[in-house]
Every structure is written in C-alpha cells, then in structure tokens.
Design a protein around this ligand. Structure first.
Ligand SMILES: NC(=O)C1=CN([C@@H]2O[C@H](COP(=O)(O)OP(=O)(O)OC[C@H]3O[C@@H](n4cnc5c(N)ncnc54)[C@H](OP(=O)(O)O)[C@@H]3O)[C@@H](O)[C@H]2O)C=CC1
Ligand SMILES: O=C(O)C1=N[C@H](C(=O)O)C[C@H](O)C1
Length: 248
C-alpha cells in the first residue's frame, strides 16, 4: 500500500459524507450510495467499493451497519465507522468484524470531543454522589436520539464511576433520580451542528462541561485523520483516542 491510502466514503451524498469526500481530495477512490452514479465513481454495492479502497469511512445510516460489516470483512478492508444509532444486533456485527479487520468506531470525530470523554470519565470518578445529566442539541434532520456522542459521554461517566451504563442510564425517563443515575435530554431544531453539555450537580455546587461543533468539517477532518491511521493497523476495535495517542 502507498503511504496515502485510497479512501472510500459510505454515505457520500450525505451532509458529512460529502465533506469527507472533499477533505479526501486526491485520495478519494469512490463512494457508496443507494443510487449508483458511475460518472462520480459511486456504487450501490459495498463489496465493490471495498475492492477499490484501502480504507472506508462510513457515515451513512444505522440500518446499513450489519451489511457493511459483512462486506468489508470479506474484502479485508479497514472500516472507520462514524454512523450512530446502531441497535444491539448491528453493534454485535461491528464487534465481530473487528476480530478480522481494523475497525475504528467513533460517534464523534472531533479531537476536542475525544478529550471531553476522558474528562467525563475523570469527573464521574471524582464526583461520586453528584447528579449527572447530559443535554444535546442537533439539527432538525437528525434521526437518532440521544446522539451517539451523548451516549458515549454517558458511558464514560459510568466507567469513571465503575458502574454498568445499562443500570444507570435514564433514557426517555423523567421523574426522581436514583443514586448514580445518568440522565439524557435531546433537543432538535434548525441547523445546529452538534452541542453537548455534561452537568454534574450537587446541593452546593455545579460544574458543566460543554462542547460546540461550529463547523461540520471538524468531523470530516477527524474522519480523514482516523482513516489514514487505521489503514496501517492490525485487526481490532479502535477509537479516536487511539488516533490522538499515535506516535508518528
Ligand atoms: N462520528 C461523527 O463525528 C459524526 C457522525 N455523524 C453520523 O453520521 C451519520 C450520517 O450523518 P449525516 O451526514 O448528517 O446524514 P445524512 O442523512 O445527510 O447522510 C446519510 C447518507 O446515508 C445514506 N443512506 C444509506 N441508507 C440510508 C437509509 N436507510 N436512510 C437514510 N439514508 C441512508 C444516504 O445516502 P443515499 O440516499 O445516497 O443512499 C444519506 O445521504 C449519522 O449516523 C450521524 O449521526 C454525523 C456527524 C458527525
Ligand atoms: O447527526 C449528526 O449531525 C451528528 N451525529 C453525531 C452523534 O450522534 O453524536 C455526532 C455529532 O454530534 C453530529
């Protein structure tokens, strides 16, 4: 393989996929869409895209994840998966694929948000007994809620507290909060790119960690950084923190 891997984009017609294609520049080897367009090197066949690429960035739709897992595994093609909203079956297919090919799964490709997750874990560990709530706001077209990032933040807090996320997450549940609960609230409207707040609240003080994506390109640039790194890794399941920790 050359040092600049050939990159394919699944979801190339989408808001983020189109930006990833622009950021890939000359490295772009093709795209995947439900509507093939040979003139633009866009196929509707994931297996075909995989034969043309050294790595695929997937920012499409949760319903495609299991099919993509199978196709990219068969082609031995590294897979950067940024799509959110996967159900348990799709997530299991991702984990299975990572036994055979390099897979980098990240709900948020922003470098700052990646560090936010580490801070969330630290705050979870350091502030036992504080109520933790996550508020996220996105554009009116977003299909999944809570956002993948909000869920990742919740998982980081739970990990810091050494509790099982499934036991403490209050998804779609209001009412009184039991100890250790992690609450979620989602707002949708306009063209907001992505806002996440993590609040820790006690009777006598409160701390809030906030992230605002101001330009969707922050995700596209992070996805490209991840793809160029993942193309040279052995099979396994990676995250954005692995990319930021790289020594090169
Ligand atoms: N990891 C990260 O940093 C980020 C992740 N995301 C995630 O990336 C994904 C895409 O986001 P975004 O670009 O805003 O979404 P869009 O809806 O703009 O794009 C998704 C593309 O996926 C394709 N697609 C394939 N199957 C389906 C289906 N069943 N229903 C709808 N679309 C389908 C569509 O292309 P076509 O019609 O041509 O097939 C569509 O253009 C989401 O899961 C989002 O949460 C978003 C931003 C940042
Ligand atoms: O759909 C989006 O737009 C975004 N999705 C990701 C998520 O679900 O967390 C990341 C980002 O917030 C934008």
């Amino acid at each position: 393989m050359t040092t600049s891997p050939r990159i394919g984009i699944a979801g190339i017609t989408g808001r983020l996929g189109a930006l990833c294609a622009e950021e890939a520049g000359d490295s772009l080897a093709g795209g995947l869409s439900r509507h093939a367009d040979a003139a633009r090197s866009i196929t509707n066949n994931p297996a075909e895209l995989a034969t043309r690429c050294d790595v695929i960035i997937d920012v499409s739709h949760a319903s495609t994840a299991a099919t993509h897992a199978e196709a990219f595994t068969a082609a031995k093609c590294p897979w950067v998966l940024g799509t959110t909203g996967l159900d348990a079956t799709a997530q299991a297919a991702v984990s299975e694929a990572a036994k055979h090919i390099p897979v980098l799964q990240a709900a948020n490709f922003s470098p700052a948000l990646t560090l936010f997750l580490e801070l969330a874990k630290q705050l979870g560990a350091g502030l036992p007994g504080y109520d933790a709530e996550i508020v996220e706001i996105h554009h009116r077209q977003k299909v999944d809620a809570p956002s993948g990032t909000a869920l990742a933040i919740g998982r980081a807090v739970a990990e810091g507290r050494n509790v099982a996320f499934e036991d403490v997450a209050r998804l779609d549940q209001n009412g009184a909060r039991p100890d250790n609960a992690i609450g979620f609230a989602s707002l949708r409207g306009g063209q907001i790119i992505g806002e996440h707040d993590l609040l820790f609240m006690a009777a006598d003080e409160q701390i809030t960690l906030s992230h605002r994506a101001l330009d969707r390109r922050v995700f596209a640039r992070g996805a490209l950084m991840a793809a160029r790194w993942l193309a040279h890794q052995p099979p396994g399941l990676y995250g954005m923190a692995d990319v930021l920790r790289r020594k090169d």
